[in-house]
Design a protein. Structure first.
Lengths: 239, 373
């Protein structure tokens, strides 16, 4: 079953076409990589799929709901972690999770249990009452991810979740992604790290608002005739 | 409901963890309260005066001496000519120059027309106006006395316009603090309502937290209420604190009903909160928001009648003032705090504020929604 179905989705800002009639499907439980140079239109596409931005034309069905007519229902069923770290720095770890969990209407007792469980899984139980600005970036990113999946969404959008964090934390972060996907959650992730692209089940490469390539990492490498996704990317973004 | 409560809790946690914001909210306005009324004061305590006497008669000398008896005037002697006097005024040594014409006493005795020239430095118009008034009063008082005693004139023959006396209603001691202090209350409430809230929301935009909130199924009105209620509570607390300081430091008590005053303040705060949110949704960053608020704030204050009476303003300013929530609220404060007016005399202002609150907040919600498309 497909959890995301995008059909000729387009976004124009005035004369500028940020996303140009892209179409693709993502299966349930799949880790789908969204690659592209800066300004290729990845973030705009994600914003449309998560109900933050109205498309100019085309449709997208996310978790069974239409992004144009049912953005509220989509928001209830997705998790989102943006490019910028966007938890509140002046709240504690626990307060942040409590805030977002409450907004998603998770019952009080259940919420407390889920927060404690997810902090235990991240090995951050001791940090529960620390202000977020005092913890290191890598931990913040893991925390942001844990917060984004607290309400058990069907789909999680991750917009460059690992930019600026060290290789060890990146590895840990990808373990989290795998664990989450294994429970049937669909992951759509953008990244600039080509080694990370190799971890995805399927990837698409965007340039100038269009999807240029789409397939499993192996397929793409064969198609282009190179050995790494990095080479695939350089080859395609060059054109 | 739980959503709004957690948002309110979040806002309070953030306010109380931000020492800078806390000091902006509480300390800075209070300091302003303590300092501003003593500086922005139209009361004239010292007037420098000098004389030119072309007559050198008994009357002119006695009039000059009568200024010595006054607490307000500092006399700088008799100058020999106009040039010297002009020099002194140019260098701010004197505010008022009184010039007696030649043959002043003789003309006066004959009943011929004569006049004393009073020249005032009108760089500070308020000071000049009041200074001339005091000068006329002293000269007039002397003339009255002189005529009554020395010329055996009956009281009726003294020109009535020599007797200058003023009565200032509602502010009998001509104490400008009575007007300035309630005015500062208005400024405080406006600042909290508009400035702090506008900056707060724009800041969330800047650091990106608003995106995380926007992607949740939260409703716009929930989010806005979750922002408004905390700042509304802070604004009311600030207002009450202001009333207490007004009483303790300046001895000004609210003449009218305090619950009514609080009620109208609550409405006014909603107007300002809505305006703050509207500004924050049309600005990209805190700097822009700050400039817009400052721009509006200066217009609001200057037109509100805090520094200058609205009655003296040109017609177009009156029309602009119909859009100025601060001028309506200022009117309420003046009436309720100083005069003790009942609701009936402020109901027009209250209705206007209610209308403004509805319009501004609708605008805020609509403009905020538009942004997320």
């Amino acid at each position: 079953m497909n959890s995301i179905e995008v059909d000729h989705l387009t976004k124009k800002f005035g004369d500028f076409t940020a996303v140009n009639e892209i179409s693709f499907q993502v299966k349930e439980g799949e880790i789908f990589g969204f690659l592209g140079a800066n300004g290729a239109g990845k973030t705009t596409a994600i914003k449309m799929m998560s109900g933050l931005l109205q498309p100019t034309s085309g449709t997208a069905i996310v978790a069974g709901y239409d992004v144009v007519t049912q953005p509220k229902l989509i928001k209830r069923n997705i998790g989102y972690m943006s490019q910028r770290f966007s938890l509140y720095n002046d709240l504690t770890v626990f307060e942040n999770m409590q805030l977002f969990g409450t907004i998603y209407k998770i019952p009080r007792k259940e919420l407390k249990k889920r927060i404690m469980d997810s902090l235990a899984a991240l090995d951050m139980t001791k940090q529960a009452n620390l202000l977020v600005h005092s913890i290191p970036l890598g931990w913040k990113q893991k925390l942001a991810f844990a917060t984004a999946i607290l309400h058990k969404p069907k789909i999680v959008f991750l917009d460059e979740p690992t930019s600026g964090v060290d290789p060890i934390v990146r590895r840990e972060f990808w373990n989290l992604i795998y664990e989450t996907a294994s429970t049937g959650v669909t992951i759509l992730v953008t990244t600039h790290y080509m080694d990370e692209a190799e971890y995805c089940h399927r990837i698409s490469i965007m340039a100038d608002g269009n999807i240029r390539l789409l397939g499993t990492p192996e397929e793409l490498k064969q198609q282009v005739g190179v050995n790494t996704i990095n080479d695939v990317f350089v080859e395609y973004v060059k054109h | 409901m739980r959503t709004i409560l957690i948002l309110i809790k979040k806002e309070f946690l953030q306010v109380f963890r931000n020492p800078l914001l806390l000091s902006i909210l509480i300390v800075a306005p209070m300091v302003q309260f303590m300092i501003f009324p003593f500086c922005a004061d139209y009361e004239i305590k010292v007037l420098d005066i000098a004389f030119i006497d072309h007559d050198r008669s008994n009357i002119s000398q006695e009039i000059i001496h009568s200024f010595d008896a006054s607490d307000i005037f500092v006399t700088h002697g008799i100058l020999s000519n106009k040039k010297e006097a002009n020099e002194m005024m140019k260098h701010d040594k004197v505010d008022i120059i009184v010039e007696f014409p030649a043959h002043f006493e003789r003309l006066l005795m004959n009943g011929s027309p004569t006049r004393i020239a009073i020249t005032a430095n009108a760089i500070n118009t308020t000071k000049a106006g009041i200074g001339v008034g005091y000068t006329q009063e002293i000269i007039g008082g002397y003339m009255q006395e002189y005529m009554a005693q020395n010329m055996h004139y009956s009281g009726n023959e003294i020109p009535a316009n020599l007797n200058l006396s003023h009565i200032y209603w509602y502010n009998e001691q001509m104490n400008y603090k009575n007007l300035i202090v309630p005015g500062i209350l208005v400024i405080l409430v406006t600042l909290i309502g508009c400035y702090v809230t506008a900056l707060n929301l724009v800041r969330e935009k800047e650091i990106g937290t608003i995106e995380q909130v926007n992607v949740t199924p939260i409703r716009r009105w929930q989010f806005l209420l979750g922002k408004m209620i905390p700042f509304w509570i802070l604004g009311m607390a600030e207002f009450i604190l202001g009333l207490v300081i007004m009483k303790l430091v300046f001895g000004i008590t609210v003449q009218g009903s305090i619950p009514m005053l609080l009620g109208i303040t609550a409405i006014y705060l909603f107007v300002m909160l809505g305006l703050g949110f509207f500004i924050s949704s049309v600005s990209e960053n805190q700097l822009q928001a700050m400039f817009i608020v400052l721009f509006l704030f200066i217009i609001f204050v200057l037109l509100s009648g805090l520094f200058t009476p609205t009655e003296g303003m040109p017609k177009w300013a009156h029309y602009i003032n119909y859009l100025n929530p601060m001028s309506f609220y200022m009117e309420v404060i003046k009436k309720v705090v100083l005069k003790g007016s009942a609701f009936i005399s402020v109901q027009k202002e209250t209705l206007v504020l209610v209308g403004m609150a509805i319009i501004v907040n609708t605008g805020a919600i609509l403009s905020y929604q538009e942004k997320s498309k």
